[in-house]
Design a protein around this ligand. Structure first.
Ligand SMILES: Cc1ncc(COP(=O)(O)O)c(C=O)c1O
Length: 392
């Protein structure tokens, strides 16, 4: 089977967050959606659903629930039950619901930075206290982002109740290994924390050596205190169809989560449900082709970054996001009061995400979920700024 990851689609044709924020001459590689057409199986499922022209309230059908059970078993050796699944209109809403369901006003919600920005606002948005622990950036001896367990222990207070955990990790692309998960689980148990494990990027593994292990698969002792969040939205590029799933094995925890959604969550998006079932039942060949394309894109980024003095980059083990440390570039050093994101926007006309929003100023996040021709055009623009010394 062949799939098309090269055709350029005009995304300005419809309102697109990614494509309408910046001027038309800017290449947008920021917010995490991809520029690829969704797989044919999803297009067909949506067309079939639209052919029945009634769009009243819907709910996740048994067939979808069973499809996700099968996906979980096949890909992650994790057996889940259909009734553990609480379908929700998004992962970020679920993070907020978890905070409201599991903590009291003023209690601590811990997150590990750098982190996908909404994590940093969940506590404040729900009247709780934000607590942060920083990761350890790559060094010459260890070119990998690492959890800093001392920092995690130091950030935890008696008021800490909930860990918002992101695995695989946005923005570093880390897929945490068994040892790291075990160490983390020890801390979680010792401090009696709830966990909301955002595993949205788990189907986007780039490094064959780093299979994703759901937190509760690797550490079943955490199952009764963990809400796992999955969705087809990143992998199959259907974020605008707002469908995600909270997998909650423990019945009491499930009831608590469900209660907190009442009156706040709309009923399930009927098109999102159709797309989700098509993705999990028929999207695998497309996903494999996507991963090959994304791996090629990482290789291209590595080729360019090798030419950019002062840029530190640990290739992601998962996701379509590249997290670049630009603090030591001439560009950043010459303009200490302006963020590298803003400098690249002005000087290269490439829009990236600003590391400051992830809790780490001086970094940028580049979304490489796009055609290689567009990625190359953006990297060439950045090359003219970051590699000003030596011509290509
Ligand atoms: C780790 C992570 N969680 C959640 C989201 C957003 O999920 P949703 O659109 O379902 O709220 C993103 C989007 O990029 C993400 O990277």
């Amino acid at each position: 089977m062949t799939f098309d990851f090269t055709t350029t689609l005009d995304r300005r044709h419809y309102p697109s967050t990614k494509w309408h924020r910046y001027d038309e001459d800017v290449l947008p590689l920021w917010v995490a959606d991809m520029d690829f057409a969704v797989p044919q199986v999803i297009q067909e499922a949506l067309a079939a659903r639209i052919a029945h022209p009634v769009f009243g309230y819907g709910h996740a059908p048994t067939s979808l629930r069973e499809t996700l059970c099968h996906w979980s078993h096949e890909h992650y050796a994790l057996d889940i039950e259909p009734d553990w699944q609480q379908w929700v209109p998004g992962v970020v809403p679920a993070l907020h619901v978890a905070s409201m369901a599991l903590t009291e006003p003023g209690e601590g919600v811990l997150t590990i930075t750098p982190i996908y920005p909404p994590f940093l606002h969940v506590a404040e948005n729900t009247g709780r206290k934000t607590q942060r622990a920083a990761m350890r950036p790559p060094t010459e001896d260890d070119p990998c982002w690492r959890l800093d367990f001392d920092a995690i222990e130091a950030a935890i207070t008696p008021g800490t109740r909930l860990l918002l955990w992101c695995h695989p990790h946005n923005p570093t692309g880390r897929v945490f290994d068994d040892e790291e998960l075990k160490h983390l689980a020890d801390i979680i148990e010792r401090h009696d924390l709830w966990v909301c494990s955002d595993e949205l990027h788990c189907d986007l593994i780039l490094d064959h050596q780093r299979p994703h292990r759901p937190l509760i698969q690797r550490e079943p002792r955490l199952a009764a205190r963990t809400i796992t969040l999955w969705a087809p939205s990143k992998t199959f590029n259907v974020a605008g169809l707002t469908s995600a799933c909270a997998v909650i094995p423990d019945a009491k925890l499930r009831a608590r989560f469900k209660k907190a959604t009442l009156g706040l969550m709309p009923s399930d998006n009927v098109l999102g449900l159709a797309a989700s079932e098509a993705a999990y039942s028929g999207g695998e060949p497309w996903r494999q082709a996507l991963l090959a394309q994304l791996r090629d894109n990482v290789t291209m980024i590595e080729r360019f970054v090798a030419r950019w003095p002062g840029v530190v980059f640990a290739p992601p083990e998962a996701t379509y996001l590249a997290w670049l440390d630009l603090r030591e570039t001439d560009m950043a050093k010459a303009n200490p009061d302006v963020s590298p994101q803003q400098l690249l926007l002005e000087q290269a006309r490439v829009a990236l995400s600003d590391g400051a929003d992830f809790g780490w100023p001086g970094f940028v996040r580049l979304n490489f979920g796009t055609e290689s021709s567009r990625l190359e055009a953006a990297l060439e623009r950045m090359d003219r700024v970051l590699n000003a010394g030596s011509p290509p």
